[in-house]
Design a protein around this ligand. Structure first.
Ligand code: PLP
Length: 359
């Protein structure tokens, strides 16, 4: 398979194309905590350097303990992985069945992972005109037609919507009735933790939650993620990863990051404030419809005929990278996604937009 992926955060390729160093690019295309990694995680990384002469701890015990405290769940319900993408790729090998459904638009790696394991993939497409609402009765009918596996992302990416617990309870119920296994991707749930379905899913025999530690904890380059499930599924999923899928630095930084309550609370407050400011700034452009968001990114629709590809090209000379959403099933090149970054960065984006759109 080629190593060409259509994702946000591709700053190394973009920098090579533009002939500039990667740090000269303001990356609004990947949705990472703008305050970055916590100082406790940084110290843990530095003080763990010498442990690299040993193999990583195969039990992941310290990180599982930290996760247990963070979530109020038993350590046995966690499976640690090299980013949640590793779990997305391992699950289709573990679960029985052949037909998968993805509630879209959503993360593109679900399709790749399923196809790698010869699953048939279909999409249940939510529409922006309808504010990405799920028609439960329609979905129930589709599941009844014989779907073995359903992928759903909450909060939604790229739409930024936090679907309420009542919707997730409804999904769980119709999946259970139809014999469909539910994969609930909560990659961005740390930005609004009260929305997590973890308490309900952890005991379930036909559902699992995937969590990423790369976004809220600001370590996409380090790679760290985990699943929450009943302990028998956790054991089977763990075995698929092999003994050393997660390196010692990621394990140490992850445990420290979860315990840095002050940094985590500061991040939540900061992002919530900057999201409001950025949203208000974007709404001043008459050609934009800004979708509401509960997380650290905003989905924006261009209503005057310009495409998101054109807008992306216009912003690149300003050193600004946005995510063109044309490749998402169910969206078009009228949509783009931007991360909420620091106040200064967001201001630069708004100023650059004024310049390029005034032409
Ligand atoms: C919805 C969603 N799920 C999962 C992932 C994978 O995250 P990671 O492998 O970095 O944990 C991403 C990354 O962008 C994502 O957007």
């Amino acid at each position: 398979m080629s190593r060409s992926y259509d994702h946000g955060g591709n700053i190394f390729t973009v920098a090579r194309t533009l002939g500039v160093p990667p740090d000269q690019i303001l990356d609004f295309s990947a949705s990472i905590n703008p305050l970055g990694m916590s100082s406790m995680a940084r110290s843990a990384l530095i003080s763990s350097i010498d442990t690299l002469m040993h193999y990583p701890d195969t039990s992941h015990a310290e990180l599982k303990q930290a996760l247990a405290a963070y979530h109020g769940l038993p350590p046995t319900c966690f499976t640690i992985a090299n980013g949640s993408t590793e779990l997305i790729y391992n699950l289709p090998a573990l679960l029985p069945g052949k037909k998968a459904l993805i509630i879209s638009p959503s993360f593109s790696e679900y399709v790749r992972a399923l196809q790698q394991h010869q699953w048939d993939v279909e999409h249940f497409v939510l529409s922006p005109e309808n504010n990405f609402t799920i028609d439960m009765e329609k979905l129930e009918r589709v599941l009844a037609g014989g779907v073995d596996l359903l992928f759903f992302c909450n909060p939604g990416n790229p739409n930024g919507i936090l679907y309420p617990q009542s919707v997730i309870a409804g999904l769980t119920r119709i999946c259970h009735a139809a014999g469909t296994f539910l994969v609930l991707d909560e990659a961005f749930m740390d930005f609004c933790e009260e929305g997590s379905a973890k308490q309900a899913i952890v005991e379930s025999s036909d559902a699992i939650i995937l969590r990423s530690m790369t976004k809220f904890f600001g370590i996409p380059g380090l790679r760290l993620g985990y699943a929450i499930s009943n302990c028998s599924l956790a054991e089977r999923l763990d075995a698929l990863g092999g003994p050393w899928c997660v390196n010692s630095l990621a394990l140490a930084a992850g445990a420290a990051a979860l315990q840095d309550v002050r940094h985590n609370n500061e991040s939540l407050e900061y992002i919530s404030h900057e999201r409001d400011v950025l949203q208000a700034g974007l709404k001043r452009f008459s050609q934009f419809k800004v979708h509401p968001s509960s997380v650290n990114y905003l989905l924006v629709e261009i209503t005057d005929g310009m495409t998101s590809r054109e807008l992306k090209e216009l912003l690149l000379p300003h050193g600004i990278l946005i995510r063109n959403c044309a490749s998402f099933t169910g969206l078009s090149d009228r949509f783009f996604r931007i991360a909420v970054r620091t106040g200064a960065d967001n201001k630069r984006l708004l100023e650059s937009l004024e310049t390029v759109l005034a032409r």
